[in-house]
Design a protein around this ligand. Structure first.
Ligand SMILES: Cc1ncc(COP(=O)(O)O)c(C=O)c1O
Length: 393
């Protein structure tokens, strides 16, 4: 494996990629330009929900490419109508806005919540509460809402009026819920913050406080949504429904798409001209979303997440019993993590050398977010390699 890639100087310096060039993928495996095979437990950062070369996805997208690839929101297109209706039906919410990424979905959620509050609740309510340790994206508003200072450095002045409250702390949230709060934004399972699930009582209390104080509750399910935890939406497992849910990543299984789904009350905040996205609802991304949603519900992918997620968790706990350096195993479905008592960067690079793709989440945490199509034999193989890596840790 070389350490530099020919042509890498053409990029701005904001990423630090591992030195391989991905050439293709088949099933749960990826191949680089030199023909090396890698078992994928990263899935393009919880995005390639159906692995690679998933036949129904290829066929549907190829057929759509033959027809047309873009038409703007000046007109309707059938794939976006179908995808919107599926999201409405599955979410129990009422109306969809499509965009192109998680950050854009969260921007749309914040704008919708703000405009609804200004028009229908009280324009003096201006504050946003988000969680410490959260991650909501890299635009100025979403990076400001992100409750981790390392993402803020060098970007001041940030978007105003954001208060960071401790995750899973009901008393702290109560104290932060002053009369001027308009929006509460929570990831039901914090992804970039180390795979930390919300407690049920916390989300229930959050919902109650939002109802009592006319605050819009946004769940950011960009990483934990779309089957990742074993239900289409993670909030289903908590029995707590948000006013708006934001989605991206797995929704397109690798095709570019983001979305918010809102209830009809808060949905009133948008009227023609108030928000837009040129590519939003693009027929390629929404064709992919239709395949993904059908695969989750009708092709057994959700069942696979439940089954393989439970198996992976058991296997990770066995490693924890074997190695005291693993101080925690946590997560839901196929969004799992181990926390170690030292930085994990050598595990990530060591795994790649052994043809296994892994990703960290913070310095001490290895997360496991494979394709939702992962199989038992893939998990066994991954665990075997991880065991060897941790033995040398
Ligand atoms: C919970 C959450 N929200 C928002 C984002 C931003 O998504 P994107 O990178 O598509 O803008 C991410 C990305 O990791 C995420 O995990």
């Amino acid at each position: 494996m070389s350490t530099t890639i020919k042509g890498q100087e053409a990029f701005l310096n904001n990423y630090k990629p591992l030195p391989i060039i991905i050439d293709k993928g088949v099933g749960n495996y990826v191949y680089d330009s030199e023909g090396n095979e890698y078992l994928d437990f990263v899935a393009g950062i919880a995005t390639n929900a159906l692995g690679y070369s998933y036949e129904p996805l290829k066929k549907a997208v190829q057929a759509q490419v033959e027809k047309f690839t873009h038409c703007s929101n000046l007109y309707y297109n059938k794939p976006s109508i179908d995808a919107a209706n599926k999201l409405v039906e599955l979410s129990g919410l009422d109306q969809v806005f499509f965009c192109n990424s998680g950050a854009e979905a969260n921007e749309a959620a914040l704008k919708l919540a703000k405009r609804y509050t200004n028009e229908y609740v009280n324009p003096n309510k201006t504050k946003i509460i988000s969680m410490k340790n959260s991650f909501h994206g890299r635009t100025i508003a979403t990076v400001s809402a992100t409750g981790q200072t390392k993402y803020h450095e060098g970007f001041s002045p940030l978007f105003e009026g954001i208060v960071y409250s401790e995750f899973n702390n009901i008393e702290a949230l109560e104290a932060a819920m002053t009369e001027d709060v308009a929006i509460l934004m929570i990831e039901p399972i914090q992804g970039e913050g180390g795979i930390r699930p919300a407690e049920k009582a916390f989300l229930e209390a959050a919902r109650q406080m939002c109802d009592d104080k006319e605050v819009v509750l946004i769940f950011d399910e960009v990483q934990c949504g779309i089957g990742r935890t074993g239900t289409v939406f993670a909030y289903e497992q908590y029995g707590v429904k948000p006013d708006i849910v934001s989605l991206a990543k797995g929704l397109g299984a690798g095709f570019v798409i983001g979305a918010i789904v809102a209830n009809a009350k808060v949905g009133q905040g948008f009227v023609p001209g108030t928000h837009a996205s040129t590519f939003g609802g693009n027929p390629i991304g929404t064709t992919a979303a239709n395949v993904v949603l059908d695969a989750l519900v009708h092709e057994g992918v959700l069942d696979n997440v439940k089954q393989q997620g439970a198996y992976l968790e058991v296997e990770l706990k066995k490693l924890q019993d074997k190695y005291p350096c693993i101080i925690d195993v946590r997560g839901k479905g196929l969004m799992l993590a181990i926390e170690l008592n030292a930085p994990v960067s050598e595990i990530i690079t060591g795994a790649l050398k052994r043809n296994l793709m892994l990703i960290n989440s913070g310095t001490h945490i290895v997360r496991f977010v494979p394709p939702l199509t992962i199989e038992k034999k893939d998990i066994d193989k991954m665990i075997q390699i991880l065991d060897q890596l941790i033995a040398q840790f």
